[in-house]
Design a binder for this molecule. Structure first.
Ligand SMILES: NC(=O)c1ccc[n+]([C@@H]2O[C@H](COP(=O)([O-])OP(=O)(O)OC[C@H]3O[C@@H](n4cnc5c(N)ncnc54)[C@H](OP(=O)(O)O)[C@@H]3O)[C@@H](O)[C@H]2O)c1
Length: 277
């Protein structure tokens, strides 16, 4: 099948490479994209298209994999270009956002499949999970695209919003708990009781220092993107009558770490220190 990938970020390009290896054509649009995205798309051999309008012509699938706050824009661009094929939104968005995207693309004649990705980009030996929900026939088509690849598709018996809700619940714990751990460490440091907290952790919860290190090193380079994702999770919690405050606070924590965007060689102490003014 011909798939237009919007856009080849770390995750999107890895999915695109898997699709190409599975015999599909993967298109991309370089306009307005950074050098890093150009480098990834060229390295993976995707077919360059001048713009979204050209890219959707003859494409059977549009795969939207972008920072969550731009999911609506990407859907709008595909709809404005007259895309009438299968639109897969695989972004970390709330069920309400997924339904809004669906209404945009179906309004232009496309069919929506909701996706939620859990796990790392599929490079090397890495594998991940792609949860899918929506009408059975288009969902099955998307699952077939990734058949026998490191992207394990999981078909949910749920409407549009189900795959996104699965992602929100999973990330609500993983990224929410990482933000909380970083914040309590910063609070102890600011109160001058680093030694006291270290002692308590070593005695009662000896796994926490390593968990803190992983939270800092793993989250900081992507924190700029997690801020919006935490907002989507807060909205999801609120939409079912649960408190929104956990993930609003997590959004604040990650927002304070935005300067670490794409950094390598991160010192966990620097990440924690950045949290307090
Ligand atoms: N990376 C992971 O481990 C992971 C895991 C699970 C789920 N996901 C999901 O995958 C999605 C993308 O993550 P990623 O890791 O691929 O992020 P990423 O590496 O930051 O890539 C994001 C892509 O979106 C593009 N983009 C930037 N601004 C945009 C805009 N205004 N409109 C449309 N596209 C824009 C970027 O282009 P530029 O180069 O121009 O910035 C880049 O190509 C997110 O929804 C995320 O939750 C990622």
């Amino acid at each position: 099948m011909r798939v237009l990938l919007l856009h080849p970020g770390a995750m999107g390009s890895s999915l695109g490479a898997v699709l190409m290896a599975n015999g599909h054509e993967v298109r991309w649009v370089g306009a307005y994209r950074s050098e890093a995205t150009h480098r990834r798309a060229e390295a993976d051999g995707f077919t360059a298209m001048d713009d979204v309008a050209t890219g959707v012509k003859g494409a059977e699938v549009v795969l939207s994999v972008c920072p969550p706050e731009f999911a609506d824009d990407v859907a709008r661009q595909a709809a404005d270009a007259g895309f009438t094929g299968l639109f897969v939104d695989a972004n970390a968005v709330s069920p309400d956002s997924a339904r809004r995207v669906a209404s945009t693309v179906t309004g232009a004649g496309a069919t929506m499949v909701d996706g939620g990705i859990i796990g790392p980009p599929v490079r090397g030996d890495a594998r991940n999970l792609l949860y899918l929900s929506g009408d059975a026939t288009p969902v099955a088509t998307v699952a077939r695209l990734f058949a026998d690849t490191p992207v394990e598709t999981v078909v949910l018996d749920a409407p549009i919003g189900g795959a996104s809700a699965t992602k929100m619940a999973f990330a609500g714990w993983t990224k929410g708990s990482s933000a909380l751990l970083l914040a309590v460490r910063a609070m102890a440091n600011a109160e001058g009781v680093t030694v006291g907290l270290d002692h308590a952790w070593q005695t009662m919860l000896p796994h926490l220092p390593e968990q803190l290190r992983r939270a800092a090193v793993g989250s900081a380079p992507k924190a700029w993107r997690f801020e919006a994702e935490m907002g989507e999770i807060a909205a999801t919690m609120g939409s079912v009558g649960l408190p929104t405050g956990f993930h609003e606070a997590a959004a604040d924590v990650y927002g304070r770490l935005a300067e670490f965007r794409d950094s390598t060689d991160i010192n966990p102490d620097d990440v924690v220190e950045r949290l307090t003014p």
